[in-house]
Write a protein of this length. Sequence first.
Length: 94
Amino acid sequence: MVSVEAGAKKPSERIFQRARECLASAGLDPTQVLYVSNKLETDLAPAKKIGMRTALFVGDKSTLQARPEQLKDQNLKPDLLLTRLDELPRAFAG
């Protein structure tokens, strides 16, 4: 799903509500999804709010958008921190 399908732009919650609807229509629960981004407040927080697992990609410091105090906030804190994209498989390891 892309934001234009929801008729909104990030960080609109409407995008993430639409994503939850798409997941439900595919028989998926948001907890089965890992949302990866380098933008904590505009991407990961809304994804976490609808129940998705979240991973903050910190490998590209020039585009990282997260302050240390945000990482302590339970409403924002990602489930995982990734420094390299090849670490993604560990997110799915049982």
